[in-house]
Ligand binder design. Sequence first.
Ligand code: 3PG
Length: 214
Amino acid sequence: MARPVSGVGMAAVLAGSRLLPVLTVASAASAGPLADALAAGGARCAEVTLRTPDAEQVLKTMAAHGALTVGAGTVLTPDQAERAVAAGARFLVSPGFDGEVIDKAQELGVPVVPGVATATELMCALKAGLDTVKLFPAEPLGGTRTLRALAAPFPQARFVPTGGIGPDRLASYLAHPAVLAVGGSWMAADGHLERGEYAEIRRLTAEAVERSAP
Ligand code: 3PG
């Protein structure tokens, strides 16, 4: 039997925002200007991936910035989940389904969004009491065609498709009623951050926010 969902759900955390910028930030020095640029572009939330040595500090700085609801991504272990929440993460995202990470998130009372690529993984998430999953990697899996096929048997599931999606494909995902938000790194890619192109990050974010408006 499915466990009840604990704490607040992902839909409440996103609060109507249908865009989730995914950030992999090499230097903690970028965190403040990046948060400024995303917020100025109209983003309301962001996911900081735990893929760089500075990620925890980036998460702390961006969470303390206050303009964005910040979560942690690439959460692979319960320990990472715990540290991310202590650093200010309001939600957790994982590239796959890991029962221990889900348990830890539920114990901490934060929404967790596991990556799923198959119906079996989606059933694991529903059984764990979750209602929102990350379809990952969305484009290589077959894009909106795969989304439609996977969503059909599970009307209770909500999706955050992520992986290979750019501005041109954003609207086609959001047109599906089961899609809560679309995630992606195109608004603040490695190159933009390395070169300090915050005006460009702001422009790309504003364009994506406009394209994701209901
Ligand atoms: C993620 O971590 O969610 C993905 O790497 C983001 O995918 P993208 O870089 O293809 O947008």
